[in-house]
Design a protein around this ligand. Sequence first.
Ligand SMILES: NC(=O)c1ccc[n+]([C@@H]2O[C@H](COP(=O)([O-])OP(=O)(O)OC[C@H]3O[C@@H](n4cnc5c(N)ncnc54)[C@H](O)[C@@H]3O)[C@@H](O)[C@H]2O)c1
Length: 264
Amino acid sequence: MPLLQDKIVLVTGAGAGIGRAITLAFAHEGARIAAADIDPAAASRVILDADAGNTGIAIEADCGDVGSINAMIEKVVGEFGRLDVIVNNAGVTRYSYIMDLTEADWDRIHRVNAKGVFFCLQSAARQMIQQFEADGSNGRILNMASISGRGYPGASNAAYAASKGAVIALTKMAAQQLGRYNINVNAICPGVTRTELGDRNAVGRAAARGITVEEMRAEQERTIPIGRANTPDDIAAMAVFLASAGARNITGQSYNVDGGLVPS
Ligand SMILES: NC(=O)c1ccc[n+]([C@@H]2O[C@H](COP(=O)([O-])OP(=O)(O)OC[C@H]3O[C@@H](n4cnc5c(N)ncnc54)[C@H](O)[C@@H]3O)[C@@H](O)[C@H]2O)c1
């Protein structure tokens, strides 16, 4: 039997990279998916590709805006009647040296990565608490953090690292306070992962070093103990496990998926 049969799952930032891989993996495990993205065409594409066209829905949402977040949750509940799992994956950054970061960078990054994750979590938990009170059902919240929140020196920038540290702290506190409603809250800390976001940062990183992107990547992989970067599927595999029955007693944890890059 598929691990997530008929679970109602909302993935944010589902249109590309890690969110896209998670959407495809969850659909493969039998989940019914709401794919939310600020780019509605990308959200629609992933629903088609997941072959969830019959049951899945695409939602245009800005996960840095509380009104848009609440409307996104309402849409999922309006369509499916409930919400079992939310994957708070949407995130933004840019490669920058600490002294070049601006107030606008801080606000742009924290608006989505920290404030957005908090309000997605709160809005989803509001629905999951109602479900628990109706029938005792279990809710799962997965937050996308990063090894950047754990001191990885190769983080794209310091403001981004701070936003991911916030996600790790939020995960612990939310697990403590939502456990009484049978809601598990966990985070994943991806290491170097080959996605569009990773590609954009690679260009800036290589330029800053005066080397090619290929040279920079080869160098980066030499620092990873297991010798390879992640594909988005490596993160999706962990997300499937954390959403599955086998993880029912895991909460408040943040798991590195990084080939051993950052000991935690
Ligand atoms: N790629 C990496 O190496 C890496 C490493 C650690 C953590 N992460 C984290 O994983 C998550 C996904 O990263 P990715 O590499 O797949 O990124 P990506 O840029 O490839 O994809 C992100 C998706 O999120 C969407 N998005 C952006 N802002 C949004 C918003 N305000 N509301 C809704 N959707 C929005 C984009 O349209 C895009 O479809 C992020 O939280 C990121 O910080 C990535």
